[in-house]
Design a protein around this ligand. Structure first.
Ligand SMILES: O=C1NC[C@H](CO)[C@@H](O)[C@@H]1O
Length: 434
């Protein structure tokens, strides 16, 4: 019974069974299934994919097609994309925004999402769409509070007060008016009819999963039991709401794992045990979390990779306990010498990616519930425009959102060694599908 429930590793994932030929990505015990086979994610983060698809303004449809062709050619089968942004005063946020105030949507940006989804369908690729953001770079939850609490949306890149930002942003979950507006936006997108191909999003298997938000956290590292309870209820109730709107697609939280759960394993497990949460997500950021010092790579590498391996394995073990698949849907490291310059090497980053790919590949081959990865993030043909590497409206979009230097974590189309590594491991994951 334990083996059947996927609670015991060792047995490679049982073939899905030809009977279930559903085009939709579904969950079969602790694995994804798609078109009668197990399905593994060899993916990229591509937050701006909908922006490139817009028919006007920021849209660059020719670039979008080329980026998708390049990703497809190296075996990328899934992209993780921001579905909606909120107009905000915060300086390090993307402009323009999908929502220019409660209920006021930019139809061109929504049409951009339509175009992206249609182009992905032509390439047999799938997409995870996140419907909000805990961070400021797309307005996100703190912008909702500006609308409904009347509190200023304070950019943590400016205040440097991240703890205060996180504690305040978490008030989003229990703010009734904010939740009503958020659910209205969810409904508008989930029930959208694609203006390019006429398909309802609900009936389109290109969409793999609706995701509550990018990196939702219960508060800051000192989140109270009350905040944790509110967060846990919010995940379960919002996931249930989406399933009521859409019977076909999976729902995930967008959590980073322990780092996004105040380091509380009980909270991570409890907030993802709801039957409405179909699979688990986690992210791995050794530099952001202070494990790796990219200015002292030799001294900090051993400690960073040991902690990374432990983080990777422990979350797969928690997924086994919960009996759900898990995806490492974000990870990254900067360029050699902590440079943002596209000419800087990627030796250390390639080594880091290789370690992750190897560990995940090994555990996936052993039948463990790790369903793949999305690296952060696809930069492709994007190029930094300014000497200080900060984004300004009108500049190229790339893997790094506006709150970070353009080039920090992006994988560019000229990063040949990185692309070759990604292709090699995407092929290995695909070989497990049967
Ligand atoms: O979701 C995220 N996780 C980490 C990225 C790199 O720091 C960041 O850009 C993004 O907000």
């Amino acid at each position: 019974a334990l083996a059947v429930a996927g609670l015991v590793s060792g047995a490679a994932a049982a073939p899905v069974g030809a009977a279930d030929k559903s085009e939709f990505v579904t969950v079969k015990q602790t694995h994804f299934a798609r078109k009668g086979q197990t399905y593994y994610i060899a993916g990229a983060n591509f937050w701006y994919g909908g922006y490139l698809g817009s028919p006007s303004g920021v849209g660059e449809r020719a670039r979008l097609r080329k980026e998708l062709d390049t990703m497809k050619a190296i075996g990328i089968n899934n992209v993780r994309v921001l579905a909606v942004s909120e107009k905000t005063e915060m300086t390090s946020a993307v402009r323009p925004a999908t929502t220019n105030g409660p209920g006021k949507y930019d139809e061109d940006l929504l049409a951009g999402l339509d175009f992206l989804v249609d182009e992905l369908g032509k390439r047999d690729m799938t997409v995870v769409l996140y419907l909000n953001n805990f961070w400021q770079w797309s307005g996100g939850m703190t912008q909702y509070l500006n609308w409904f609490e009347g509190t200023p949306a304070l950019d943590p890149n400016v205040t440097r007060d991240y703890d205060g930002y996180m504690a305040k942003t978490a008030r989003f979950y229990a703010n009734k008016e904010a939740q009503t507006e958020y659910r209205g936006t969810i409904k508008k997108i989930v029930q959208r009819v694609n203006t390019i191909n006429g398909k309802s999003y609900r009936d389109d298997p290109v969409i793999m999963s609706w995701q509550l938000a990018n990196e939702p956290r219960p508060g800051n590292g000192k989140a109270s039991d009350k905040e944790k309870a509110i967060y846990t209820t919010w995940i379960a109730d919002t996931a249930q709401y989406i399933h009521e709107l859409d019977k076909n697609h999976l729902v995930s939280s967008g959590s980073e794992g322990l780092a996004g759960s105040a380091q509380d394993a009980k909270l991570f497990m409890a907030s993802h045990s709801s039957k409405h949460v179909d699979y688990l997500t986690y992210h791995l950021w050794p530099k952001n979390w202070g494990w790796f010092d990219s200015k002292k790579p030799v001294e900090s590498w051993d400690g960073a990779i040991a902690r990374s391996r432990d983080y990777l394995n422990s979350h797969i073990d928690m997924a086994k306990t919960l009996g759900k698949p898990i995806v490492l849907e974000e990870f990254g490291l900067d360029r050699d010498g902590a440079s943002f310059d596209i000419k800087a090497g990627t030796t250390i980053r390639d080594r880091f990616y290789g370690e992750i790919f190897e560990l995940i590949g090994r555990r996936a081959a052993a039948g463990d519930p790790i369903a793949g990865w999305n690296f952060w993030a696809w930069g492709g043909a994007g190029r930094a425009a300014n000497a200080d590497y900060w984004w300004k409206q009108g500049n190229d979009f790339m893997g790094d959102p506006p709150q970070e230097e353009q080039g920090l974590y992006s994988v560019f189309d000229s990063d040949a060694s990185s692309l070759a590594l990604i292709k090699d491991h995407a092929d290995k994951l695909r070989s497990l599908q049967k």
